[in-house]
Design a protein around this ligand. Sequence first.
Ligand code: GLN
Length: 471
Amino acid sequence: MTVGTPADAALRQAQRCLHDIARRVDLNAFVVVDDAGALDDARRASTSSSPGWLTGVPIAVKQNLWVRSLPCTAGSRILEGLTAPRDATVVARLRSAGGMIVGLTNMDELGMGGSTELGTAGPTRHPTVPGRVVGGSSGGSAAAVAAGLVPVALGPDTGGSIRQPAAFCGVVGPRPTWGRVSRHGLVAFASALDTVGPLSTTVAAAAATLQTIAGRDPHDATTSRLPVGDLVAATSRAPAGLVVGRVRPHVRIDPEIEIAIDRAAARLAAAGARIVEAELPHAAHGLSAYLVLASADASSNLARFDGVRYGRRAAGADDLDDLVRRSRAEGFGPEVQRRVLIGTYVLSEGYTDAYHTQAARVRTLIIRDYQAAFDGCDVLLGPTTPEPAFLAKSRLADPLAMYRADEFTVGPSLAGLPAISVPGGRTQAGLPIGVQLVAPWWREATLLTAAAAVETEPLRSSLGPAAGTTG
Ligand code: GLN
């Protein structure tokens, strides 16, 4: 191996990244750093005969995805001591494409939360705006990208866990169509809504990552066989001819976010898109429906954590019931217990019709809203969140206030649609603003074309030794 070859570059890239991560432990973005694994990946990347977009790219993974032989606790005491038996499909695909997995990122316990203050590792600190939250639940991934530690990090998104922290930290965050990306090796939160996607410096990096992880997986029967298409190429296509529906917000949003959406619309129009008005008449009911449906799913998914089969087991129990009760009381934090209680309640006999069935009906209305909107346009444009990043600790005592950050992200989640948060500038106080685009099912390519046109000042990206030579 000679100095300066791409082979060498991967190893140096990994070393530099590990060094950078060590220098920013103050952020608490990473909960595990895998020096040995990253260097192994670097060596493998350097022998790759066909370097691609992700060859030698350092990648962080949210700690609710399996990374072979690393802990997988999803930020919960209930899973303490659990080690991932193998790589999640998405992680395996990234490694095969030459990506280097450098570590696991912080999150809200089991994906429930919007500030990355609710996991066992404590809060992640905002890399550019001290005193503000990074968003959640994929806040560690968002902070790692925003701080320039990695160009790409993975974060599942159930109701907004990729898009909301991406908006709060000023990075790119797409959620794919439900069924587009494998969830094999993901600790499930709400299976009807869970998706896996990247948080990244640029739209192009997001496209390269999505393209690598997307597609049918024999280990996940919910994945689609539909072709993924050339997502990287889609990011350099002009949005000329696209009809963009600007959605009227259903709740009050920060005026500076409104201005950012104006700017995004102007950029799309300047690039040849046509802007029209769009409406989602039932959007105001999205958050309630989401909380009922996601909590119902969560309560049945989390029923397997009983202190018997795996995870935390309480000591000193009198009998089996006591063991289960104590293990869960010790293992689940207050927000998770709240969701389990809501979920069990809305599924219980006598209440399903009033709550769960009703929420499912609302979900259908929301799906129809999107179908009607997409009759008149190709993508929808609106805010990712009603406000920029809020103050640290400010919503811990008020769960409903915490949930309100998800007002605009839960709609696409309920409908299973692909959506992306793109940086749309900053407020006068310097807080990042996210602009959300939503596309019809399976139209990630259209979504990314529009997103690339909205993207203003992409963060410095370093996409591998092959950057600039492929795609
Ligand atoms: N903040 C939302 C919640 O707490 C979203 C979570 C997610 O997407 N995992 O449910």
